[in-house]
Design a protein. Sequence first.
Lengths: 361, 796
Amino acid sequence: MDVLLQWFCTLERMPIILLLIKIQHMDQNMARPPQSNVQSIKAQDVSERNPGMDFEPDLFGRIRINRSAVERRAATLGRRRSIKRDYQAAWLLKALTCIDLTTLAGDDTPGKVRRLCQKAKRPVRRDILEGLGVDKLKLTTAAVCVYHNLIETAVRELAGSGIPVAAVSTGFPAGQIPLPLKLAQIRESVAVGAAEIDIVISRALVLTGDWQGLYDEVKAYREACGDAHLKTILATGELATLGNVAKASWVCMMAGADFIKTSTGKEFINATLPYSLVMVRAIRDYQELTGYKIGYKPAGGISKSKQAINYLILIKEELGNQWLTPTLFRFGASSLLGDIERQLEHHLTGSYSAQHRHPVS
Amino acid sequence: MSVKAIFESMEYGPAPESPDQARQWLQAREHTLLHFIGGQWMEPESGEYFDTVNPASGEKLAKVADGNDVDVNRAVAAAADALEGWVAMGGHGRARYLYAMARHIQKNSRLFSVLESMDNGKPIRESRDIDIPLVARHFYYHAGWAQVMHEQMAGYRPIGVIGQIIPWNFPLLMLAWKVAPALAMANTVVLKPAEFTSSTAVLFAQMCGEVGLPPGVFNLVLGDHKAGEALTNHQEVGKLAFTGSTEVGRILRKATAGTGKKLTLELGGKSPYIVFEDSDLDSVVEGLVDAIWFNQGEVCCAGSRLLVQESIADRLHEKLRKRMSKLVLGDSLDKGIDMGALIDRTQLERINSLVDLGVEEGAEKWQPRCDLPVDGCYYPPTLLTDVQPSATLAQEEIFGPVLVSMTFRTPSEAVALANNSRYGLAASVWTENINLALDVAPKLKAGSVWVNCTNMFDAAAGFGGYRESGFGREGGKEGLYEYVKPFWESKLSKDPVQQLPRFVPVEEIDSRDAPVIDRTPKLYIGGKQVRPDGGYSQAAYDATGKVIAEIPTGNRKDIRNAVEAARATTGWGGTTAHNRAQVIYYIAENLSARSDEFIRRISQLSGKDEAAARAELDLCISRIYTYAAMSDKYDSQVHATPFRNVTLAMKEPLGVIGIVAPEEAGMLGFISTVMPAIAMGNRVVIVPSRHYALLATDFYQVLDTSDLPGGVINIITGDPEVLAEVLAKHYDIEGLWYWGSRQGSRMVEEEAAATMKRTWVNYGLYHDWEDEQQGQGETFLRKATEIKNIWIPYGE
């Protein structure tokens, strides 16, 4: 064990690239660090895309997650910090810029998606933005997220706005289709203009402990994505334990995920603060080890401003302000925006708002 | 800052809780806090007041009545007057009041919280989310006990007037912990809050009036140590309950010694927080935030001693430092802070000097760069690493936001370091291995053990200390016994019930009898018969005054050896209750096999006829059976605390108990006191009745044949009063039971103050040892055990 430890220590001040080369060439049979959590290496900040690393099961194999403790932390996070008045308005604006405005329904049509895209471009009534003094910021949502068939519509509608189109993929939401079809789907989505691909992992690989299989699968997705960013949906609600959530997060990051994401929105349990805590802590450890910052996207069930604020608090407390940007944090949400709009109007006028006063998407 | 600027900086900004309502309340009281006695607001007899200030700002909140003995006398008189009516009201009536109090606290919870934070300096989040909800919970929970007391506490009666003295760190919560069980068990109360924090107690008193609590049931005397002393020394106070420093606890122990006043003390701590290498380190870090930076570290059970497995120490420290950098200090009414102001400048100075000392002694100090408010008493969160067990800071309570860290290598070393303390209030154990957790938790000398959590409290679970952290429990059924007395206790007699034979010693030996083979009674230490260190013996007489043997005169060194032998016999407490029961049954069996011999001896020493002697022996054997039976039946409990966890109220033996047996009660007195102690897993050092010492020395031969491990029962004959004092002054025994004189009882309680050993004395009164209630029963078992609450959250 100590061989690796000492060796890690000598690396402390090595450029990150060298470090990664080392990691990639790490002998699989080598003695492993003695503990569950990853050895701390003061890796330098790297702002490029996460290239991933070799499959290194000992980096996550002995991770321990104490569910009760995680739940306690999650339950008090939003009570330990309080965001009021102008701060609340600013934070809610931040939240909306992090939204992947989403529609993922069987009855989606081009018309519906065009509407969604226009809303993404102009998420809040102009008078409200003026009132808050942020009309010059040209705020938009972070992305629009749709099924493959609607990518082209969205890309056309968003042309020139700078808003990327994200597509769910790989047999979303259950992922129960053959791997070649999954890869083909990714390639086709990228080909028609999706800049971000939200894949679903094969839950069976997690539930049977086939971490190598999961790594190989996600690595293949990453290759298929090319320049498109890869968001890996863990479907946390179907992974049974927080320990599995942590491990799956690690495997996805090792395999080159740009974002790790909780849920499809279609599971019985979707994004929760405890899942989020576990995932962002994995992101933090990964960044400490490699220097790469992985994005985080909770999705499903986040529909209220208060929830959004709690997520932002969680991110700020656990990862820091660097992550409070759409490049590293997204909400997968469809109705959250509406609630934020109402809260913003309330902030300006002091009167509680009504849904019909804000344009629908 | 503009919305745009905040959008870019993403800072938190201030989130003040309004002090307006609390200010209005203070205004309505004309910024004057008065005593509440007999349902009336009363000015201090002295006419003197002192100021109470907001430690976050130094702002004066109100002037506080400076109580003295006259005020205390009035309050105790009011409480005594109210007693009869309060008892007569019945459990249901009392339950209604306690329920109303719980409701009323909930309805006014924000006012209580804000006032508490202004007065104490603690973050409003904590008073709002922790203190006040727990206060309400305590009244709800104990409303239930009031309702079912007659059934669930059958055989027990209220004590009478209870004096309660509480600290400033959790003002209203400590009030609730004390007042709720006292009232539920039909006592009336005189409470003195800490001089720094009287406000919420006054608001509580006002609320008692509003819910129509009968006058005198709850009385409040404000003030400093003068009022505290008067309450401590008041003769009509039947019980004193105190939470505060060990130093003051000792004073109270001495002041009440020999008075018969019941006493519970909840004192200081230096609680270990043990982290094994297989724990969830991020959760460990959050746990530490709640352990040592909760309430600015001004928490008696704060996890202030981090014991971390060497293999993960650096990693944990690094994570901890990062987390500490995120802690926010500020005004207690800001909803976004983690730590508020310390209670007072004296506390700040104390912490400063202790930390300086720690650094001087080699510790490495680390504090995050954080903004400290300019006004008020603030101290930053502090981590001291490289602290060795020999350092002052590893032993002394700091009572501030300062964590000291040490490393260990193995589980047994973790336990040894954790227990290397005079205190024993609480402990945390972090590991994902349930085998390890449940192995370590029982070995820790602490009243509360939190597995993978920390600072968990609830009304349904007892809280209190081992060792110098005090004695008694607050919360749970175990806490109720601190506020009741068994009915039989009032029946104890001023005169001996069992009689010693009266005789005039006959000095000359009848020389016509041929000499029998000389049998030499010895001391019995560590399972071996040993001669007394001093080399002296004293005559043993039969009931007619004839010398029949010579009994060794044990001295302090014999006691020392006996305690060492008992201490070394560690297996007895750890063996299964079934095994203990088997050994104890076996003792009964072997005693029975030698009945004739013992009956003759009882007759010889007591003058009883054969039938009476046989009856005594039979009762002894029956009693041994009783405790063999109870070995595996007086067992632990799981408390219904409102979390997803198992709260295990584990009954543990005290450890080593000294027993000074009742002089007059012969064989029965010896058996009745030794057996409950060993049945619960204790080891004993017993000083038998001087007159009946031969029965004890005969008895060790029974023990020798009964598979009892040597060292579980140690018998030191000699002068009970002399040996009692040696036992009382011994630092390495956990309990001392004494049946003897009034002065002896006082001596035992006074000397116990040094180490806070648990004492049980008779104040010169006499049990009827033949009586089923006075001679055996639950009280004996309860005195032989200590309850440790082990909190085990679960869920994967």
